[in-house]
Design a protein around this ligand. Structure first.
Ligand code: ADP
Length: 378
């Protein structure tokens, strides 16, 4: 009988696991938040991932539960584990992707390079941190941030007053995360797959380009990445995967500083936007690799199949009724481009798809990817 993987969350990451699941002969089941989501093709259930009974019922007859996002509460995860369900990544690892303060403290214990940071509980503590770091700092809400929401550069502690007020009302209490404002030359990402039995596979380190806090473009491998940089990045990635006991795909977002150091920004324990290039540019895509890893199957080769891959995100903007025509036009003009669609309504700024191009000439690959993606921009 086919192995069954249950994915909690019906977004595009779950959607992109569907094709490799079919190829692997794995039965994919998805617990979607609502009908008509990206992964609705495989949505066998619709319900609230914060409700333990809903998730337990969904998990009853799958071999492993994994995730499209990191928001499943710890008590729901604990209920799954208590019921004997295999959960990958497990709750003990996931909490470091759910809470940036826990992550910073644990990475410090592991000796990982990271920005200077502090947990700040009030404006006085934040102001002291700002004063100690040249008059500016980055403040983050530890939980629930994504795409730059929950991240603010401040030069006065009062700029985070609303977040401190929200903390005061949150029964869980807690603190905000203050970080030094890193003077980085670029952002990189290192992905690693890890099986429950411990085997790991590192992907090439990639460059990620962010616009307005959202990933716009990824170049794989990162240009001008000397062997040393690749070695340091994969050592960090594997060290974190092992140290935190991550199972499945791990993405480590990194800053490369002007003095050529790598600092860990944040972690994702699932397939990640920085790895979409691997669908058309690596021997084993991150989505297939994630399924293999959470099922504890042998991992696939993570090497690139071309010298260069470029991924360009498509953000919503055009009117919904014109999207199909735009896809057709992009595919007609750029047959080398692989257009991936998420089946989402194109609200402004929302990720609705991406384009991958792979080849031997980086300028040409980047041109093709950007030109194909430009069909979707008004
Ligand atoms: P999110 O969880 O919303 O993705 P991140 O922590 O990744 O938030 O931050 C979003 C972006 O903000 C980063 O990609 C980076 O460009 C910038 N940023 C975050 N932390 C710092 C920092 N300490 N120094 C400089 N820039 C930062």
């Amino acid at each position: 009988m086919a192995l069954r993987v249950g994915v909690v969350g019906g977004g595009q990451l779950a959607r992109m696991m569907i094709a490799p699941a079919v190829e692997l002969g794995v039965e994919l089941r998805v617990l979607a938040e609502e009908a008509g989501m990206s992964a609705s093709l495989a949505a066998t259930a619709v319900g609230d991932y914060r409700d333990a009974d809903t998730v337990l019922a969904f998990a009853r007859d799958v071999d492993v539960v994994t995730f499209d996002h990191e928001h499943v509460p710890q008590d729901v995860l604990a209920a799954l584990v208590d019921a004997g369900v295999a959960v990958h990544p497990g709750p003990a690892a996931l909490r470091f992707a759910q809470d940036k303060l826990l992550m910073r403290a644990r990475l410090q214990e592991l000796g990982m390079p990271q920005p200077d940071w502090a947990a700040v509980s009030n404006t006085d503590e934040l102001q002291a941190f700002i004063d100690d770091h040249g008059g500016r700092a980055v403040v983050k809400t530890p939980r629930g941030g994504y795409d730059g929401k929950g991240v603010r550069v401040v030069s006065a502690a009062t700029e985070a007053d609303d977040w401190f007020a929200a903390l005061a009302e949150d029964a869980r209490g807690g603190a905000l995360l203050a970080e030094e404002l890193v003077d980085f030359s670029r952002e990189l990402a290192q992905q690693v797959a890890r099986r429950p039995s411990g085997a790991v596979r590192a992907y090439p380190v990639v460059e990620t380009v962010q616009r307005d806090g959202v990933c716009a473009e990824v170049i794989a491998p990162a240009p001008h990445a000397a062997e040393r940089l690749q070695r340091v990045a994969s050592t960090i990635g594997v060290g974190i995967a092992d140290g935190l006991g991550v199972t499945g795909m791990l993405a480590v977002e990194l800053f490369e500083t002007t003095d050529e150091r790598l600092l860990v920004n944040e972690l994702a324990m699932r397939p990640h936007n920085s790895g979409h290039w691997s669908q058309d540019g690596a021997i084993t895509s991150q989505f297939e690799q994630h399924l293999r890893a959470v099922l504890d199957l042998p991992l696939g080769d993570a090497d690139p199949v071309a010298e260069w891959s470029v991924m360009v995100n498509i953000l919503g903007g055009p009117a919904a009724d014109s999207l199909d025509a735009r896809f057709a036009a992009a595919m007609t003009e750029h047959p080398a481009a692989k257009v991936h669609t998420y089946g989402k309504a194109p609200r402004p700024g929302r990720k609705v798809g991406h384009v991958n191009v792979a080849g031997s000439d980086l300028d040409e690959v980047a041109y093709q990817a950007r030109a194909a993606a430009s069909f979707f921009v008004d």
